[in-house]
Design a protein around this ligand. Structure first.
Ligand code: NAP
Length: 244
C-alpha cells in the first residue's frame, strides 16, 4: 500500500503541523495551499530532510475543477492518495444579523464544499483499493455553537454530519471517516483575538492551556494509523476538556 497523504490547508497552522507529523512517519505528503505559496514551499524544503516526497499543490478547495486538477497532479507526482485530511478552513466573527449572503456562501464553500470536493476526488481510488482514511477537521464550536460565529459553527456541524454519513457508506470498502473537533489552538486563525480573550479561553479550558497545532497533528496521525482501524464515524474532541 502506498502511503501518500493529501492535507488541505497545510501551508500554515494545524495543517502544517500535520504535514510534519506525516513526513516524520514516512508518508509522502501533498501540501495543499490557497494563497501562502512561499510558506508551502518552505515547508516542503524543511520536510524533505525526512527522506520522503513532499510537494506543494495550489488549489482553492472550494473550486471543484481546481481540486480535480490538483488531485490529478498529486497522483502523477506522488502516487494515489490513501489518506485525506480535510483541514482547510476559514473563520469569521460577526453578529448573525450582519452575516451577508456572500459571507455565508464563502464559509460553506470552503469549509463544507471543500471537503466534498476533495473527498469526491480521492474516493474512487480508495474504494478500488479497499483502503482509505479520511479525517475531517471540524471544531468544538460545531458541537456546542459559538456566539457571533453562526455560519462558522453551522459549517463545522455540517462536517460532523458529513463524517457520520460517509463512514456508514464507505465502511464496507475498508475506508474509515472520522472527525476531530479542536478546541482553542494557537494559530493565525486566532491571531486577531486579544491577549485578554486568549487568557479567558485558557481559563475556561480544564487543562488550563491553549492547544498547539501539534496536539491536533498527533490525533490526526492516530486516526490515520492502523491503531485506529476499528474507529469510524467518530468525533474526537481535542480541546483540553473545553467541551465535556
Ligand atoms: P489557519 O492558521 O488560518 O490556516 C488555515 C489554512 O487553511 C491555511 O493553510 C490556508 O491556506 C488554508 N486555506 C484557507 N482557505 C483555503 C482554501 N479556500 N483553499 C485551500 N486552503 C485554504 O487555521 P488553523 O487554525 O490551522 O485551522 C485549520 C483547521 O482547523 C480549520 O478548518 C479550522 O476551522 C480548524 N480549527 C481551528 C481551530 C483553532 O483554534 N485554530 C479550532 C477549531 C478548528 P493559505 O494560507 O494558503 O490560503
Amino acid at each position: 500500500m502506498n502511503k501518500t497523504v493529501l492535507i488541505t490547508g497545510a501551508s500554515r497552522g494545524i495543517g502544517r503541523a500535520a504535514a510534519a507529523a506525516f513526513a516524520q512517519n514516512g508518508y509522502d505528503v501533498a501540501v495543499n495551499y490557497n494563497k501562502s505559496a512561499e510558506a508551502a514551499e518552505t515547508l516542503c524544503t524543511e520536510l524533505s530532510r525526512y527522506g520522503v516526497k513532499v510537494k506543494s499543490f495550489s488549489a482553492d478547495v472550494a473550486d471543484k475543477s481546481a481540486v480535480n486538477e490538483m488531485v490529478r497532479k498529486i497522483e502523477g507526482d506522488l502516487g494515489k492518495i490513501s489518506v485525506l485530511v480535510n483541514n482547510a478552513g476559514i473563520a469569521e466573527q460577526a453578529l448573525f444579523s450582519d452575516i451577508t449572503e456572500e459571507m455565508w456562501d464563502r464559509m460553506f464553500a470552503v469549509n463544507v464544499k471543500g471537503a466534498y470536493n476533495c473527498t469526491q476526488a480521492v474516493l474512487p481510488h480508495m474504494i478500488h483499493n479497499k483502503y482509505g482514511r479520511i479525517i475531517n477537521i471540524s471544531s468544538m464550536w460545531g458541537i456546542s455553537g459559538a456566539s457571533c460565529e453562526v455560519h462558522y459553527s453551522a459549517s463545522k456541524a455540517a462536517l460532523i454530519g458529513f463524517t457520520k454519513a460517509l463512514a456508514k457508506e464507505t465502511g464496507l470498502s475498508g475506508i474509515t471517516v472520522n472527525c476531530i473537533a479542536p478546541g482553542v489552538i494557537a494559530t493565525e486563525m486566532n491571531g486577531h483575538l486579544s491577549e485578554e480573550i486568549m487568557d479567558e479561553l485558557k481559563n475556561e479550558t480544564p487543562l488550563n492551556r491553549i492547544g498547539t497545532p501539534e496536539d491536533i497533528a498527533e490525533a490526526i496521525m492516530f486516526l490515520a494509523s492502523d491503531k485506529a482501524s476499528f474507529i469510524t464515524g467518530q468525533v474526537l474532541s481535542v480541546d483540553g476538556g473545553f467541551i465535556v
